[in-house]
Design a protein around this ligand. Sequence first.
Ligand SMILES: Cc1cc2nc3c(=O)[nH]c(=O)nc-3n(C[C@H](O)[C@H](O)[C@H](O)COP(=O)(O)O)c2cc1C
Length: 214
Amino acid sequence: MNTLTKLVLGAMGALRPLPAHGDATKTIQLPPPELSGGASLLEALAKRRSSREYRNDPLPLALLSNLLWAANGVNRSDGGRTAPSALNAQEIDIVVALPQGAYRFDAASHALELVCAKDLRRVTGYQDFVDEAPLDLVYLADHARMKRVPVAQRLSFASVAAGAIAQNVYLFAASAGLVTVIRAWIDREAIAHALGIPHDQEVLLSQTVGFGKG
Ligand SMILES: Cc1cc2nc3c(=O)[nH]c(=O)nc-3n(C[C@H](O)[C@H](O)[C@H](O)COP(=O)(O)O)c2cc1C
């Protein structure tokens, strides 16, 4: 769907997901992440950039597993994560919009839990490439987990935490031969509606990941 159509539908409050492509299993157990390989950190930093041209090839499950672990997986026995969060609130949920459904990444079990059995990709942003790319991530802030953060600072702290996750994804993508772009030009209400999220959760950003066309 082109950007203009999305803007019109968005203004009417009518930007909606497509039916799922294929069966959405309730839980997708991800294989354990591989913690070696890929380009070095400095090579990944040298390659980091935003890309807006994607092939529609799906990401193999092992690559998706590594990507989500790098994004915000558990990297310590005490439950610590690859991205920081204020007071260790761990308030950001990553929703993974796949053709067969939208899933919440559960870092503790390293699994995907079904949120919505629809193809939400086109709802995750106004730009047309988000519809066909194999994967769009949506970053949600859960205010219920930020009780110890002063109310006035919750949004900025959550945005910083989401930004750290987004940069992890950029660096993983650069290291693994994928491309990505973080996006704020999104219809937050349409995403919240499609996911049916409760009022204490807030849509912050989206990020597309996939194989580049070049
Ligand atoms: C908070 C934020 C929001 C952004 N929103 C969008 C967006 O909605 N769409 C998009 O194509 N790029 C978006 N970008 C990516 C920037 O356009 C991109 O980072 C910038 O042009 C620099 O290019 P580079 O990432 O290749 O260095 C966003 C970046 C940030 C940090």
